[in-house]
Design a protein around this ligand. Structure first.
Ligand code: F6R
Length: 606
């Protein structure tokens, strides 16, 4: 969703801002803009891509202080006027804002009554006029921002620049902001990705923080005026390249990065001699693992599907009841929280508002939540305190791929760990660990021998809808395949546990209907074959993901083999052809693969 980048220093700000905006593109946006302090405040903004903004910029903008924004419309349509930055009537203050001001309507009405002409329909614009009013009444910039925020209700990550003061004031409440520390220069951004090529030293603002950032100083304080000592965090070197390299799209790059991403995730965590795995960051002793009455996993979209795989792995290997929950529903159902139970919040971005809200609900009721997160230092990771990073490296395509594999890996490692603390034998543990360690090379092997993906694409690209079926651990994989195809190729997709097909979705089938079936060589395979027969009897075309060398291939119209592994670990392999089918179909249909319409990478509103 919306992104922020700011720069203050000795060098021209605009190149930093434009580069930052390019790095923020992955979050999803529909307009962008910059404000640079160049004598007066120079503001340029427009709807469309960053290239469109670039095309309306003058050849050079001199200033060394500026802020910029990518907007994903919430309050007000996609228009130039609604794009950020917003500025005060006298043009002396400009503001960019992520989040939602819930009482914007009443603030706007009051301002209008005072004769202020609001130029946009946004909630954010009200803030800049309120700051202006405070300044006109004699307040200093920080006080003006603080007093304004006291009148606002909602969430914000915001930056303000002033014609008359060489500083950027930023504030965080519910929408992340990171300050990157340089030598005689500083940056501000809504996530660490745009900062990583400039500095590894950052301050992660907390909710309720404000900061006055100048070229040679950063002063942080709390909402109530207390000054704070800010902790400087050193960013870990991300193993992954944030640049697209030789790939045509980030999604394809990220699909191909899965073997390496998985190696990063499992490295040092799988212990063959004990037949165990060790997720040290969870901070849970074997004694505690033995007493956990149940595990609940929370996530959205792809992360939810990873939770559903994890749930099955935990029950299967540890014989502990486990449930996967849709984060956005969780807190609204007044959940009963068992304080001895373990909860996992699973999120690539670590910023998903629905999952964050669920975490807070659990904590409010005394529950214990651990994060399974990709982005280091993200809000959910910090809110949970303990957890396990999945180390996928930067994931920039909106459609999540390598994060899914690594979430499944992390949760499967946890399943082994809790299993070993309970009844899973060392012998069985060793078999699993041995198989686990081979998965990266098996994904590599598959990526070199992808099978008839194009044939599958030809079969589904003009379909009215596509049905995905799987059983057991493959049922969430089917859901993930359906989500991928739907979100980037805009084809309506349904995913069902194969046995449910005859209870309703079978009505959709007619001559030529494509049905994608995920059927690894597990104990459920025979039952899945019955579902395949039911589909074929109605003329459906079967695209079958199965294990290499398995005679089930004969049941398929299009057979896509993947290397075999322990069936509980198979989702890390069977999902890969589904990702490729979605990618190639979207490409063939001329869709914007990396930035599908209406979607955002980091969904920071509930
Ligand atoms: C699908 C996709 C989304 C995200 C969901 C949760 O490809 O990317 O469904 O999985 O928005 O995002 P995170 O994992 O950042 O919480």
């Amino acid at each position: 969703m919306c992104g922020i980048i700011g720069y203050i220093g000795q060098q021209p700000a605009t190149p930093f801002l434009m580069q930052g905006l390019n790095r923020l593109e992955y979050r999803g946006y529909d307009s962008s803009g910059i404000a640079v302090r160049n004598g007066s405040l120079e503001i340029h903004k427009c709807i469309g891509k960053i290239n469109d903004l670039e095309s309306i910029l003058p050849d050079s903008i001199e200033g060394t202080t500026g802020i910029a924004h990518t907007r994903w419309a919430t309050h007000g349509g996609v228009t130039d006027a609604n794009a950020h930055p917003h500025c005060s009537e006298n043009g002396k203050i400009a503001l960019v804002h992520n989040g939602i001001i819930e009482n914007a309507r009443s603030l706007r009405t009051r301002l209008e009554k005072e004769g202020i002409h609001l130029k946009s329909e946004t909630d954010s614009e009200a803030l800049v006029h309120l700051i202006d009013r405070e300044l006109s009444n004699g307040a200093k910039p920080l006080t003006a921002v603080r007093r304004t925020l006291k009148k606002a209700r909602g969430t914000w990550g915001l930056c303000v620049v002033f014609e008359d003061h060489d500083m950027i004031i930023c504030a965080r409440n519910g929408s992340p902001l990171v300050i990157g520390i340089g030598d005689g220069e500083n940056w501000i951004a809504s996530d660490t990705l745009p900062l990583q090529s400039y500095t590894q030293q950052v301050i992660l603002l907390d909710d309720g923080d404000l900061a006055v950032v100048t070229s040679d100083g950063i002063q942080t304080s709390r909402f109530d005026g207390r000054s704070t000592d800010s902790t400087v965090t050193t960013l870990e070197d991300d193993w992954g390249e944030a640049d697209i390299g030789d790939f045509p799209h980030f999604m394809l790059k990220e699909i191909h990065e899965q073997p390496e991403a998985l190696r990063q995730c499992i490295s040092g965590r799988l212990v063959l001699k004990d037949g165990n795995s060790r997720l040290g960051g969870l901070g849970i002793s074997p004694k505690k693992l033995q007493k956990i009455p149940h595990v609940r996993l929370l996530g959205c979209g792809t992360s939810l599907h990873a939770c559903q795989v994890g749930r099955i792995a935990i029950e299967h290997l540890a014989r502990v009841p486990a449930l996967a929950h849709v984060s956005s529903e969780f807190r609204h159902n007044n959940p009963v929280i068992e304080t001895n139970a373990l909860h996992f919040a699973v999120s690539q971005s670590g910023e998903t508002a629905d999952t964050l809200a669920a975490v807070k609900e659990i904590q409010l009721k005394g529950g214990d939540v651990r994060g399974v997160i990709n982005v280091v230092g993200s809000t959910i990771a910090r809110q949970c305190g303990h957890g396990c990073y999945i180390h996928s490296g930067p994931e920039q395509a909106v459609a999540s791929t390598k994060a899914f594999t690594n979430m499944v890996a992390a949760l499967s490692m946890f399943a082994i760990q809790i299993g070993r603390a309970r009844n899973l034998s060392q012998v069985r543990g060793k078999e699993l660990v041995r198989a686990f360690k081979k998965i990266p090379e098996k994904i590599e092997h598959y990526l070199k021998n992808q099978g008839p993906i194009q044939e599958a694409v030809d079969c589904i690209k003009d379909a009215k809808s596509v049905l995905f079926l799987g059983r057991g651990v493959s049922a969430p994989v089917a859901r993930e395949g359906a989500l991928k195809l739907m979100e980037i190729a805009y084809i309506p997709c349904l995913a069902y546990p194969a046995g449910e097909m005859k209870h309703g979705p079978i009505a959709l089938l007619e001559e030529g209907s494509p049905v994608v079936v995920i059927a690894p060589n597990d104990s459920l395979k025979e039952k899945t074959i019955s579902s395949i027969h039911e589909c074929r009897a109605r003329g459906a075309k079967i695209i079958l993901i199965h294990e290499e060398g398995d005679s089930i291939a004969e049941e398929a119209d299009i057979s896509i083999p993947v290397p075999s592994t322990e069936s509980i670990l198979s989702p890390m392999l069977t999902v890969v052809p589904l990702q490729l089918i979605a990618y190639e179909t979207a490409l063939q249909l001329g869709c914007d693969v990396d930035r599908p319409r209406n979607l955002a990478k980091s969904v920071t509103v509930e």
